[in-house]
Design a protein around this ligand. Structure first.
Ligand SMILES: *Cc1c(COP(=O)(O)O)cnc(C)c1O
Length: 214
């Protein structure tokens, strides 16, 4: 089997699993991190238009060669924001108002912003605690340029995904009472995207189930 057949098969399986569980619209983001640009090109030929990257350098390189909506989902470093905002249209991992102030200054176009929420308060994998989430959201919502899309989370590895995404759904529903436009929920990776969708995820970020192990 060549690479295109392999990616095509994997992609079809993921798409059909999504269709089976989803009773709402779900955006599948193909996470191409660590994989070559040729894989992103093949996925584009297969109809993929949403791509996710964790690192600025990789995202800059691949997005220059493959058209689509490029999502940044990695940990944000202040000094990379000028570059990140030049190629990404969506940022999933904002957890610090200081980063948003920089985005306001340097971004050359309008961005969709997801706030990353930490479910355990330990912030190991990034994310704002609940105590900081609303003030962060208020800062983004005031922007004349950028849009507060919703929330994103990566449940801690030791947490049962079903419990984690249920908890996230509660947080998101409460959040939408104050920020009714923030209807998107970015949750779920290769191991747990079906569970995340059953708890209302509108955006899933899937890497290894489509591209293979890293
Ligand atoms: C790597 C990564 C993904 C994709 O992970 P897979 O397990 O390969 O699907 C999704 N979201 C974030 C934040 C990641 O770092």
């Amino acid at each position: 089997m060549n690479r295109k057949e392999e990616l095509s098969q994997n992609l079809e399986l993921v798409r059909s699993k999504i269709a089976t569980v989803a009773d709402h619209e779900v955006t599948l983001i193909a996470v191409t991190k660590t994989f070559p640009v040729s894989d992103a090109q093949i996925l584009h030929e297969l109809g993929v238009r949403d791509f996710g990257e964790n690192r600025d350098s990789e995202g800059a390189e691949k997005s220059a060669m493959v058209e689509g909506v490029w999502h940044f989902q990695g940990q944000i470093q202040s000094n990379k924001l000028k570059s990140i905002t030049s190629w990404a249209s969506v940022i999933h991992s904002l957890d610090d108002p200081r980063h948003f102030e920089i985005i306001e200054r340097v971004a050359p176009h309008a961005l969709q912003i997801f706030l990353q929420v930490s479910l355990d308060g330990a912030h190991h994998r990034g994310g704002a605690g609940l105590e900081d989430l609303y003030s962060l959201a208020a800062v983004v919502e005031k922007s004349k340029t950028h849009t507060l899309a919703g929330l994103m989370s990566v449940p801690p590895v030791e947490m049962d995904p079903n419990q984690g995404f249920a908890q996230l759904a509660v947080i998101h529903n409460e959040f939408m009472k104050l920020f009714p436009g923030a209807t998107s929920l970015s949750a779920g990776m290769s191991g747990d995207y079906e569970t995340a969708i059953s708890h209302g995820a509108t955006h899933v970020r899937v890497g290894s189930s489509i591209l293979g192990s890293r």
